[in-house]
Design a protein. Sequence first.
Length: 191
Amino acid sequence: MMRILGVVGSPRVEGNTERVVAEALKAAEEDDAETELLRLADRDLKPCDACLSCRKTGECRIPDDFNSIFEKMVQADGIILASPVYFSSATPQMKALIDRAGYLSIAKGRVFENKVGGAIAVARRAGQNFTFAQLLFFFLHQGMIVPGSTYWNVAFGRNRGDVDTDEEGLRTARNLGKKMVWLISKIKGED
């Protein structure tokens, strides 16, 4: 069974970013993937302080919820990272996750290597390409494999639920979920 973890970087529970990730995960489930949606809004996640102790110990010393999130990422075959746009960037919560996960992955021997990664950005109006690229760069730095979709994985909406009217954005997210399942099955030799 393949596992896909969808990480929602929005501080808003059940907001537009979560809705788009849920669409991608639902499409992956239709193709027999086991999925989990994880909200960073529900977690205590501090930023990386660049102490680099993880290089010596193989663990992050900051006492919060990071280690349980990291373990879920390690166990997943595919990881979706999704963030709303905050001043043309990912949210502080998402940035804290990718900074710490990146350092710890390297310390543990590049544990994300050859996993499948999918980025999603949700914007009110602009900045989505920068945020989308920021998430993609994490995957590429970690040696992950990124599938395409029918367009860039971006959706638009400001107020809760606005993204439901972005048919192209939702369709693109669903296609991402299906492409991730297809790619993971090829990598695992299940096809």
